[in-house]
Structures are given as structure tokens and as C-alpha cells.
Design a protein around this ligand. Structure first.
Ligand code: SAH
Ligand code: SF4
Length: 402
């Protein structure tokens, strides 16, 4: 028997460098949504609609500019595209925006949007203005499967991944609301993005990666990777890929320094323990003193806030030689939450211990608490209502029982 030539053998671990065409996001009306497509997929969408490859290349370039530089959603406003071509495009394509169910503004200027997808799923985005920057907190999933005990999002029953278009859509919508078209490099309000809304971004890796590539593209929204931060609760196997394929700043939701406590508050710790997580941080590409990894630490009264916890945190960060900064997050309460926030004195003491070891440890000021926009408070109105309904039903049952 002849042995097959080596070239025909599958190479273990080989990654095919040829991009595999993905199904285009077709809507119920048969039109394809261009928002969130990569440059290559945008071109492919035009070729699939029977444009000549050369034409498709040119039109894709023009469309990219109109979509991401000018914020235009109406083909008839694209002045360098011919009057006959405009309706042809409109028949086949749309440039979507998420439907806004509710827009709220906090007394501190924080804005929150409740958004609804075509299939009726709700998710949220939050904009936090500061003196020197404006940060958009973007969701990657509807709900979250990870059930961290202190996080309201983790109690949502419905979970689905957002598409790249829905993730990019949050940025486009914020730009619309802030009146920031055309895109310009200087003086804009939306300067930073944090993947810290609903969901675990590394459980929706492909869509988050594709969306962030669109957001970082220099011909469009052009946000630098240094102004984007991805926060993970510690999905260790995806961290190296996040560094290689996305390359943005990393934030890690550490929250505890002992196995017992972290197992309780971040259940994913039972799968990927603290030491494994810190090793993955040490290996994260591009982490150095100029680009430190942020360790998020939610301050829970009498759970994770002792002096001993602070000293252990310092020991662990040193052991792995991590270029680190620690972000202390006062726990934001929500109805029925099983924890309380540490006292301000306790938080200060904890911060001082870490700071005295040479690691910066600021406390994050809670923003938008009055509109439930602060960290961990995101849970959509639809879900809240169903909880309220459940409570009402429970009360009725109780009353019936006498
Ligand atoms: N799933 C990712 C990103 C979204 S959560 C992650 O967990 O990292 C963004 C941050 O808010 C995380 O650090 C999370 O632990 C924190 N957080 C969640 N609930 C909170 C609450 N109730 N109070 C304060 N911070 C909270
Ligand atoms: Fe999910 Fe992050 Fe909330 Fe944990 S803290 S439940 S990972 S959104």
C-alpha cells in the first residue's frame, strides 16, 4: 500500500491562513446588514450580490468610509455613489443600529442605553464621561453564564452571544448620541472602550475580536488598541489568543486571593484556579510596565477585604512578576444581593497596603448608580420585570395559602 504524500496529511495544530467565508448576517427582509462586517466580508457581500470584483473593491472602500467615518446609514446620502447605484444598494443591504428601548442620563452625566436586538433580546451599553476622557462600557453577551455571586448580570436567565454587528452597533449608537460624526482624531468625547458591560467577552471570542478589529480600523472609527480594555473573569485558555489576535489592554476580575473565597464569588475559579490565571497573565503578550494589566477587585465586606488579603494580593502579584495595577471597586448593591460593600476606611486601608508595596491601587468611583449603570448592576428591564412578576406571583400564592 502506498503511503499518502506528507503534504496531504493533516498537520496537527495547523491553522489555515486562508480566511473561511462566513455566512453573512441576513435579515428577515432578505437584506444583508453591513454593520460589523470585516473589510473582506463587506467586499464579499458586494461580490455575492454580483458586483464585479474591481467594482466591489472600490464600493467597499467607499462604504467603509461612509459607515465608520461619517456615521451614515442611508445610502441616498452617499454622494460619491451614483444615483442608480444607491437604490441598488438599498434593496440588498442595510446599515443597522440597535433599537433603543430606553435612554437614561444619570445626575453625574453617565448615560445608559437599553437596546433590543431583532430577535427581541435586551442588552445595555453605558457611557461614562470624565474630565479627560469618555469611556463606553460595551456588552458582549445578553446576560452571562458565569454567575459570579456579586454580579446582577450573572442572575439573568436568558443568555446569548451578541454578534459582531451588535457589538460595533453599541459604539455607533454612542457616537450618534454624542453627535460625533464625522470621525475625527482630536477632541472627541468617546475616547475609550471597555469590554465590561454584560457578559464574558472571552466566551464570545470571535465576535468580540471581529468587532474590535472594526473599531480599531484606522480608516474608520480608529480607536487605538491602547484605549481599549477587555475584562475577563479568567477564561485562561482564551487569554493568549486574546493577546495575539486582539492585542488590547487586559483587565482581570481577580476579586479574591484564596481558593475558598474565589471559588465562592467567581465560580469559574473551580475550573481555572488563581495560580493558573496569574501565570496566563504573566504570559499575556505585550504586558509590560508601560502597559500594565489591571486587576479588578470588588470590595466585599468581611469576605475579601482584610489586611491579610491585601498582603496576599501583593505577594501573588510579586511572585508572578506582574506589571500590575489594582482597581478597587466598591461593591454596587442590587436587590437581593448576598453581600455588602466594605466600609470606606477598610477600602482605604486595603489600598494603602497595596500602594505601599509599590503597586498603584486606586478606588473606582461608582458612576451612574442612580440609573443602575454601575459595574455589576446591568440587568435589563425585561428581566427585572419578570423577577417582579415572579415576586408578585409568589406573594399571591402566599396570600392564597392564607
Ligand atoms: N465578565 C467580565 C466583564 C464584565 S463585568 C468580567 O467579569 O470581568 C465588569 C466588572 O464589574 C468585573 O470586574 C466585575 O467583576 C465587576 N462587577 C460585577 N458585579 C459588580 C458589583 N455588583 N459591584 C461592583 N463590581 C461588579
Ligand atoms: Fe459574568 Fe463578569 Fe458578571 Fe461574572 S462579573 S457574572 S463573568 S458579567
Amino acid at each position: 500500500m502506498l503511503t499518502p504524500p506528507a503534504a496531504a496529511m493533516p498537520v496537527p495544530g495547523h491553522i489555515d491562513p486562508v480566511p473561511v467565508p462566513r455566512a453573512l448576517p441576513m435579515r428577515a427582509d432578505g437584506r444583508v446588514d453591513l454593520l460589523g462586517l470585516s473589510k473582506a466580508d463587506l467586499r464579499m457581500a458586494l461580490e455575492t450580490a454580483q458586483l464585479e470584483p474591481k467594482q466591489a473593491k472600490l464600493r467597499a472602500k467607499q462604504l467603509w468610509h461612509w459607515i465608520y467615518n461619517r456615521g451614515v446609514t442611508d445610502f441616498s446620502l452617499m454622494t460619491d455613489i451614483s444615483k442608480t447605484m444607491q437604490p441598488w444598494l438599498a434593496q440588498r443591504f442595510v446599515i443597522s443600529r440597535p433599537e433603543v428601548v430606553e435612554a437614561q442620563v444619570s445626575t453625574d452625566g453617565t448615560r445608559k442605553w437599553l437596546l433590543r436586538s431583532d430577535d427581541g433580546q435586551d442588552y445595555e451599553a453605558v457611557f461614562i464621561p470624565d474630565a479627560d476622557r469618555g469611556t463606553l462600557c460595551v456588552s458582549s453577551q445578553v446576560g452571562c453564564t458565569l454567575n459570579c455571586r456579586f454580579c446582577h448580570t450573572g442572575t439573568m436567565r436568558l443568555v446569548r452571544n451578541l454578534t459582531a454587528g451588535e457589538i460595533v452597533g453599541q459604539v455607533m449608537l454612542a457616537r450618534d448620541a454624542l453627535g460625533e460624526w464625522p470621525s475625527q482624531p482630536e477632541g472627541r468625547m468617546l475616547t475609550n472602550i471597555v469590554m465590561m458591560g454584560m457578559g464574558e467577552p472571552l466566551y464570545n471570542f470571535d465576535a468580540v475580536r471581529d468587532a474590535l478589529h472594526v473599531v480599531m480600523d484606522g480608516d474608520g472609527l480608529a480607536l487605538s488598541k491602547r484605549r481599549i480594555t477587555l475584562s475577563t473573569s479568567g477564561v485562561v485558555p482564551m487569554m493568549a489568543r486574546a493577546g495575539d489576535e486582539i492585542g488590547v489592554n487586559l483587565a482581570v476580575s481577580l476579586h479574591a486571593v484564596t481558593k475558598d473565597v474565589r471559588d465562592e464569588i467567581v465560580p469559574l475559579n473551580r475550573k481555572y484556579g488563581i495560580e493558573e490565571l496569574l501565570q496566563a497573565c504573566a504570559d499575556y503578550p505585550g504586558a509590560n510596565n508601560a502597559r500594565r494589566i489591571t486587576f479588578e477587585y470588588v470590595m466585599l465586606k468581611d469576605r475579601n477585604d482584610s489586611d491579610a488579603d491585601a498582603h496576599e494580593l501583593v505577594r501573588l502579584l510579586r511572585k508572578y512578576r506582574l506589571p500590575a495595577k489594582v482597581n478597587l471597586i466598591p461593591f454596587n448593591p442590587w436587590p437581593g444581593a448576598p453581600y455588602e460593600c466594605s466600609t470606606p476606611e477598610r477600602i482605604r486601608r486595603f489600598s494603602d497596603i497595596v500602594f505601599e508595596a509599590g503597586i498603584s491601587a486606586p478606588t473606582r468611583t461608582p458612576r451612574g448608580r442612580d440609573i443602575d449603570a454601575a459595574c455589576g448592576q446591568l440587568k435589563t428591564a425585561a428581566e427585572k420585570k419578570s423577577r417582579a412578576e415572579l415576586d408578585r406571583l409568589a406573594a399571591e400564592k402566599q396570600a392564597a395559602l392564607g
